[in-house]
Design a protein around this ligand. Structure first.
Ligand SMILES: [Mn+2]
Length: 313
């Protein structure tokens, strides 16, 4: 079900049975989400391995007990790793439904045992598989960072592709608030899709609102009760920190802005899961995107120490 990596994330212990994870955090690669054309599948398939490799390139396993100024302390203060690497969800990429079900099956025991999944997609069709792991267990909110709305009912008859993840997540009864941040430029969303998202209750915050008014405009929305699944399409980030994407657009969220959003939730132990999608290592420059993803995940783990699975219930 899960394929062990050659080199694990932060050199963490590898446990390919998600029910046996004992640490607060679990890194899981999901290389394949439903595509529109077969060529889509290759683009992000090695994203999780590229992030794993970056952690070794930076030798973070050797500095994990050193002081980190991003949150003011060591990542693993006692030298005890708080993260496990579960490997990658494998399966036949020509059968997206099977991968969909298998991914949710693998994540469900993590969620129910109070672990926080750190998921590395995959296309942006991956996030609903993650949120689905909370169905019937916990009511969660979703913070979606993306240049794009991703609220299409279908594209070319495909309803579970990477232009539809937020529409699918909106249909889950386990989801409360959806806040979409970083919207800019043009994508698959048409005027009616934007109207549909707003009518469904989604809060839409453009990248320009964040740049003009600061992240307070987002923090106001995050005060809603409950825990949050943070899902980041890497093109929501500015290309200067995340060039390794298929659809780069100028004006994305900066590292300080995203770090600020993560800190606001992590300080209150309100991060239920984190998902990064659409990272295309072949397009990356100097491993910059992998480094941004890694640093943001380290900020989550460094700041959110105690995970109370009952917090959002
Ligand atoms: Mn996008």
């Amino acid at each position: 079900m899960l394929k062990a990596p050659v080199a694990s994330f932060l050199n963490a212990e590898i446990v390919t049975d998600s029910a046996k994870v004992q640490t607060p955090y679990a890194f899981v690669g999901v290389p394949f989400g439903p595509p529109y054309i077969p060529q889509d599948l290759a683009s992000c398939a090695d994203a999780a391995d590229a992030v794993r490799a970056l952690t070794h390139r930076m030798e973070y396993q050797h500095t994990a007990t050193h002081y980190d100024f991003d949150w003011g302390g060591p990542l693993f203060p006692d030298g005890v790793w708080t993260v496990t690497d579960c490997g990658d969800v494998i399966g036949d990429p020509r059968d997206p439904d099977a991968i969909w079900d298998r991914t949710t099956e693998i994540l469900t025991p993590l969620v129910r045992q109070g672990r926080t999944p750190l998921v590395l997609g995959g296309l942006d069709s991956v996030p609903p598989m993650v949120v689905a792991a909370f169905r019937g267990y916990e009511q969660v909110n979703v913070l979606h960072i993306d240049a794009h709305l991703d609220f299409r009912e279908e594209v070319g008859g495909v309803t579970h592709g990477y232009s539809s993840p937020i529409r699918r997540i909106r249909e889950f009864d386990c989801v409360g608030r959806i806040v979409q941040v970083g919207l800019r430029a043009v994508g698959s969303g048409r005027p009616q899709d934007v109207a549909d998202a707003r009518a469904a209750g989604n809060e839409l915050i453009t990248a320009w609102q964040v740049h003009d008014q600061g992240i307070g405009v987002v923090l106001d929305k995050l005060r809603a009760p409950g825990r949050w699944v943070i899902t980041v399409d890497c093109d929501g980030l500015d290309p200067s920190i995340a060039p390794g994407v298929g659809w780069p657009e100028p004006g994305g969220l900066t590292f300080p802005q995203v770090r600020g959003l993560i800190h606001a939730l992590a300080e209150e132990s309100r991060i239920a899961a984190v998902v990064f999608t659409e990272y295309q290592p072949a397009r990356d420059i100097q491993h910059t995107t992998a480094l941004t993803i890694t640093r943001l995940l380290m900020n989550v783990m460094g700041l959110q120490r105690s995970v109370d699975p009952q917090a959002g219930r």
